[in-house]
Design a protein around this ligand. Structure first.
Ligand code: FEO
Length: 399
């Protein structure tokens, strides 16, 4: 199946409805691997799909470009977009692969590229495709070193690679056809899990591209942005500077319910202020993919772990290890949890918070076995203070 985008551009990608695991990212709504054909005097394929779907891609290319391809543009070497390249280059041996030097180097370490015709492009280079032009902009570390985007000025169309992408399988190819609440949530999840660590390069890429006249953005995943392009750009600007919302997250693991009771009371304390949104997350029932999305824009959070085998609960450690890699910025936080004969769980959790660079709101809040009334009162107060910190962070960011 293909879809016309503009006079000369068509979508020829693959919708991966059943995929639920993308190198550890839980893709609850599946994904798409978007590829595009541009037909002018020359015919160009922009990006490819995962290797198993090469036949589907080539079938789609043939349906919109029966006379073959002159160029294949590779914006990004990650295998979800380059996996099908060996099959494409074999099917179109006369086509020239167009990419930057870093990307070609990366491709050569994934595939046997020895027989491929190639053309290296650099920042701002253009390619005349016969009545239309492709212009290339390097966007290093947004989110791989070789990442770049391709601009079609005559159509004011940007092939944005992973930027503005969403893991979202749908019959909708355009933002105007999709459930926008779902699309924006998946775009946020995508940013939190894929781009967050590279917020600065992503912001630099946005700044660089902001001078272009763009009506349509074709990302490598999810829907194509048209009418709702200004909204996704505004969201990216907020995420890129880690702008905190008036929001508190209380995330916990539990063994026999004691740490859960503490978490519920902390959340209750935060809600009592009436100034912030509160998310209470049982890590035993929640994917890390979703946890990171919620943490990304909170102003403050608390993380709870009981002590197991003289240390942190492994389920909590897993989340904190994942979050540590993505480095959400500028959060106020504290750790809490119950213990039996050594309070190492909450202490280890606090160690992670320190590694994130969090501002530690208070020492670990712990209790031996089940929380008594005094402990629950302390949890309530700690939650209320966390709400105040989140509200202050959001107010400060708004100034
Ligand atoms: Fe969708 Fe970075 O690959």
């Amino acid at each position: 199946m293909t879809r016309k985008i503009t006079e000369c551009a068509s979508w020829v990608g693959y919708v991966d409805w059943p995929v639920r695991n993308f190198h550890g990212y839980t893709t609850s709504r599946g994904s798409t691997y978007n590829a595009y054909v541009v037909k002018a005097g020359k015919t160009v394929l922009v990006d490819a799909v995962k290797a198993p779907y090469a036949d589907k891609l080539i079938e789609n290319v043939r349906s919109v470009a029966p006379d073959g391809l002159d160029y294949v543009v590779c914006n990004h070497a990650e295998p979800d977009h380059s996996g099908a390249l060996p099959a494409v280059m074999a099917a179109y041996p006369g086509a020239t692969l167009v990419t930057n030097a870093k990307c070609l180097d990366a491709l050569s370490h994934h595939y046997d590229t020895a027989g491929w015709k190639t053309k290296i492009v650099n920042e701002g280079d253009t390619l005349d495709i016969g009545g239309k032009t492709l212009k290339f902009f390097m966007t290093p570390m947004a989110h791989w070193p070789e990442s770049m985007v391709t601009y079609l000025p005559e159509e004011e169309l940007l092939f944005s690679m992973d930027i503005f992408g969403q893991h979202y399988a749908s019959s909708a190819r355009f933002d105007t056809e999709a459930d926008l609440a779902e699309v924006f949530q998946e775009a946020k999840t995508y940013y939190a899990n894929i781009v967050l660590l590279y917020a600065r390069p992503a912001a630099a890429a946005l700044k660089k591209l902001s001078g272009l006249a763009v009506r349509t953005v074709c990302p490598s995943h999810g829907v194509i942005w048209t009418s709702h392009l200004p909204e996704i750009i505004e969201r990216y600007k907020a995420w890129a500077v880690s702008r905190p919302e008036k929001k508190v997250v209380v995330a916990y693991g539990t063994m026999w319910g004691s740490t859960r009771k503490m978490a519920e009371k902390i959340a209750e304390g935060a809600m009592s202020r009436g100034t912030v949104e509160v998310k209470l997350i049982d890590l035993g029932a929640t994917d890390d993919t979703d946890v990171v999305r919620e943490l990304m824009d909170c102003g403050a959070f608390a993380v709870g772990s009981p002590t197991l085998n003289m240390g942190i609960l492994p389920r909590v450690a897993r989340t904190l290890t994942y979050v540590r890699g993505l480095r959400p910025a500028d959060k106020t936080a504290f750790a809490f949890g119950s213990y039996g004969w050594g309070s190492k769980g909450a202490e280890e959790a606090e160690g992670y918070l320190t590694q994130f660079g969090c501002k530690i709101a208070r020492p670990p809040l712990t209790v031996r076995f089940a929380p008594d009334a005094e402990t629950l009162a302390a949890c309530f107060e700690a939650g209320a203070a966390l709400a105040d910190a989140a509200a202050a962070a959001a107010d400060g960011a708004a100034k």
